[in-house]
Design a protein around this ligand. Structure first.
Ligand SMILES: Cc1cc2nc3c(=O)[nH]c(=O)nc-3n(C[C@H](O)[C@H](O)[C@H](O)COP(=O)(O)O)c2cc1C
Length: 392
């Protein structure tokens, strides 16, 4: 069986799956329960000098055909004090001394505040810090979270203050809500970050109640912009992970919409050495680790890979800038005899393509290879997977 263990910033992880800083890491008891099910590591819910008070309610799903496909939260950071967290961390570390436990910390861009936090927490036996400079809602109003991470200079300053006194590795958790995440990542690297983590949630409005015409989640009749997470944000997360891995060469921890072992392979292929999961654990419980580990293990075996080194970063050399993409690679659509003549491709090609497909309901469609411009729309809408793009 393939070896799922990874070395990430000099630390041994039995598998690459970490619990993200989110409700599942709210207390020692919850983290220990997750470790018992086999999680490779965990990041605490974000700790600050002052605990926060949360809105109620603060979660709102995005549904497609009655299934949850995304979620917005307007939750703030931990409701526990530093003293509480000193006890919680010591509690987890005494039960699981060898399992990486990282503390997520956040403060305003004031040197003394960051250093006070680091000093108070690193006494507890914590293995590393994750600097939360990326929370997109609530905290930026207090000059915290994305207020710092949306400014490369401030991010660099914060990293340098923490680096000066931290006795354990530091990882910077970045926000996707910036024009150029690689620029911020570079500032973190230049000031001493040992690793990077991406992404925190995407700022959004998840939906609007059609009866009251109020955005959701509604709290006392009003709403605000919140953090969008879950499967829908994975493409943004993969892009961010690839960009920061390529720009800095630092170890990267990837997250954002990861809910299956296949997602984990994708994150690792674009450069993630470890991955985190938030929303999927909230929806399905920490028991999903069994499927994640088993699926990843089976995949490696099926590919003949003995460990994750064959996957991590494997896709990066294949990501190029647009001008380097080959215009000489030409394809056209081709249909096989599994086509059921539903004509969805005819409609799509007529109104969204090049009018290259004709057909009669119930019969195999005909594709005009000369008119076809090789866009791939027909293959996308075909419910039978009867259409493939073949070289011209
Ligand atoms: C309800 C909720 C609370 C969160 N709280 C924190 C937090 O305290 N600190 C933090 O760094 N990220 C926090 N996050 C962001 C997650 O750690 C993660 O970056 C984001 O949700 C994307 O991953 P996911 O799609 O797996 O949830 C929170 C996310 C959710 C859904």
């Amino acid at each position: 069986m393939a070896d799922l263990s990874v070395d990430f910033v000099g630390m041994y992880f039995p598998n690459p799956f970490m619990l993200a800083s989110a409700p599942p890491t709210r207390t020692a008891e919850m983290i220990k329960r997750a470790f018992a099910t086999g999680w490779g590591g965990a990041v605490t819910k974000t700790i600050a000098l002052d605990p926060t008070q949360n809105l109620q309610p603060r979660l709102q799903p995005l549904r497609y055909r009655k299934r949850n496909v995304g979620m917005e939260n307007v939750e703030l950071i931990s409701q526990l004090t530093i003293e509480d967290w000193q006890r919680e961390i010591a509690n987890v570390k005494s039960a699981y001394p060898d399992r990486p436990l990282w503390a997520s910390i956040m403060a305003a861009p004031v040197r003394e505040e960051w250093q006070r936090l680091v000093e108070a927490i690193q006494e507890t036996g914590i293995d590393a810090f994750e600097l939360n400079v990326s929370c997109p809602h609530g905290m930026p109003g207090k000059a915290m979270g994305a207020f710092v991470g949306q400014n490369a200079k401030l991010t660099g300053e914060v990293v340098s203050w923490v680096k000066k006194i931290a006795k354990v590795p530091i990882m910077v958790k970045l926000t996707p809500n910036v024009t150029d995440i690689a620029f911020v990542a570079q500032a973190a690297k230049e000031n001493g970050a040992d690793a990077l983590c991406a992404i925190n949630t995407v700022l959004g409005i998840i939906s609007v109640d059609l009866d009251t015409l109020t955005p959701l989640p509604t709290v006392g009749g009003v709403s605000t912009y919140g953090g969008y997470s879950g499967p829908g944000i994975k493409p943004i997360a993969l892009r961010c992970v690839a960009q920061i891995a390529k720009a800095t060469g630092l170890p990267v921890c990837g997250l954002g919409g990861l809910s299956t072992w296949e997602d984990a392979v994708e994150f690792m292929a674009v450069g993630a050495g470890t991955v985190q999961v938030g929303t999927a654990v909230m929806w399905k419980g920490c028991g999903i680790i069994e499927e994640l580990v088993q699926g990843l293990s089976n995949y490696l075996d099926s590919k003949g890979f003995t460990n994750l080194k064959s996957v991590i970063g494997a896709a990066l050399p294949k990501i190029v800038e647009f001008p380097e993409m080959p215009l000489t690679s030409r394809v056209r659509a081709s249909v096989d005899d599994t086509c059921n003549g539903c004509l969805l491709c005819v409609t799509a090609c007529a109104d969204g393509g090049f009018q290259a497909i004709t057909g009669v309901r119930g019969e195999i469609v005909e594709i005009n290879g000369t008119k076809c411009d090789g866009c791939g729309l027909c293959a996308m809408v075909c419910p039978m997977n009867s259409i493939t793009m073949v070289p011209r």
